[in-house]
Design a protein around this ligand. Sequence first.
Ligand SMILES: [Fe+2]
Ligand SMILES: [Fe+2]
Length: 493
Amino acid sequence: MKVKYRLRKYSRKQLLFAVLDTVICGAVAVFAAMVKFYLTGDAIIANFALCVIYALILTSAFYGGLLMFIMLSRSFIIKNNRYYRSFIVAMTFVFIFHLFISLISPLLMAPGLTATLIVQLSRKKQDSFVFNLIETCMAMSVLLYESIMTDGEVFMLIGGGENSANLHLWLLIVISVIGVSVGAFIPVALRDNTGRLHSVVVGLLVTAASVVLYVLMSLAYPDIPLVLSYFWLVIISGFVPIILSQFCVPVLEKVFGLVTDNRLIELTDTRQPLLMRLAAEAPGTYNHSLAVANFAEMCANAIGEDPYFARAAAYYHDVGKLSNPFYFSENQAGYNPHDDILPEVSAEIIRKHTTEGYKLCREYGLPEEIAAVTVQHHGTLPMVVFYERAKRLTDGEVDIDDYSYHGTCPTSRIAAIIMICDSSEAAIRAMDRPDGERVDRLLRGIISDRISRGQFDNCSISLKELDIIRRTIISAYGGLFHTRIKYPGGEKQ
Ligand SMILES: [Fe+2]
Ligand SMILES: [Fe+2]
């Protein structure tokens, strides 16, 4: 029942794409494995039926199992199919790389390469671990199958007997365990620390693992002379995941349009063309966006959401104001053009900044997820000032819908955070003397107003998280709106 319920969360199209991607990648992996068997001997010809059975097991057990696991536990990447597609393509690429690199030497496998790639493509550590685990198991099962086919010693290998066969199985298990362990370490090491030195540490660790494998290999096969001339390859093989990921990640990001941490860090560089335009043409909005970003980042951290994404979304949430910067109070210096126009015209100009923002974001090549926040950060809230003014002008005969935003309500917890931080920043800034108690009252009012207007109905944010967000803003506002001590000369220091 629970499984059915979880699968029902997806549309037919999402399920179809996920299955199709899995089948295509599975077929490519099987084809690559067959080519490898063909290249390593004539076993494929003698055992074609076994080979087909193996191919079916490989696709159904590994790819099918992976698909089911991801469907039941990671709805985000199935719903956003391009993520699942990029992960499974990366995993299949590494699997093929793994297969053919072992033609040169099984030691030159790249343990943890899937983990290194996926940890940079996904925002969840467990994704890289799970995909690397499956990839390592697949690669090891191919090596095992290959040894069975070439030795013809199936039962001896599994049930014991000749020493050499047992050693081979033992070695494969050790390689798998080291590959999976390295794959478990990499997400922890790389995910929370983007320092370049961390990549070097990961490279050194994988090198150490490769050296251990090299020594074990030489113990397992004492008859085979140590290929010392290959030792330098073993040493550099540790850096293969790091070097390869530098090439592969940007390509996968671009091809599949992914929002990765690296991409988000790029987007928060203040030299980004759209941000430079915002700073030059709407400096008030630019400063407001930076302040919202500080709040949003802290709130995201506090409820376990992605702080990079929150910061980037906050930077761009109001770029639509570039169409008419002086119609927004933060960019005005005394004169307010709304005083000279009808409230319905004012409402139309203000409302437009959400949709204009979306268009601008897409025009500048920003990811869909960031652009979506621009149309969600005001949801369907009313523009109370213009509504009240219109009521005064028309004796109360006014439809509130004409004075409301026509966007969509937040569909993610980050968009909900931006909605709250945006209103809170503006309201706290407008207060004469913001103190803890008044700010607390203000924030409670903002949050309960949005709840009562159903603004959080499309996202999975809980009341507990909304409370954490409120408390985070209270603890942060003092640092953002601090006042300076007045010195005798009258100037603040
Ligand atoms: Fe806005
Ligand atoms: Fe704003």
